[in-house]
Design a protein around this ligand. Sequence first.
Ligand code: RB5
Length: 151
Amino acid sequence: MKLVIAGDHSSIDLKQALKEHLEARGHEVTDLGAHTTQSTDYPVWGRLAGEAVVRGDAELGIVICGTGVGISIAANKVRGVRAACVSEPFSAQMSRRHNDANVLALGARVVGVDLAKMIVDSWLDAEFEAGGRHSHRVGLITEIDEEYRAH
Ligand code: RB5
């Protein structure tokens, strides 16, 4: 699968570890940055990864900041992004199955590398349960996106 990964200065080590892990699993991973530990603004990276996903450059995106919170908020402002900020595998899996999350947000200061790998694997191994109530609910999210975009 084609993936993009991006994050702020706090993400560098975890981002690289996840990229290597995902490539070892056969995924094609594009690292959009940041590439140094110099302080940088997480919304820039959340936006960049979100835009790459909705443009179709990648199927899914992974974004990382210190907590995962700020960058998930930023990514979710990109129309069509459904970013889930999680810190354990169960929510990661459910965010795919029920919410069709197309971006996963992680906190580099929250989760260790091994837990992050488990989270990412759970997320990628799960599939959206399309049809029925979950499609309806995701459709309602899309409606909010479209209605507020019009203002
Ligand atoms: C940067 O210090 C920090 O605020 C950022 O990585 C993130 O945690 C924001 O939500």
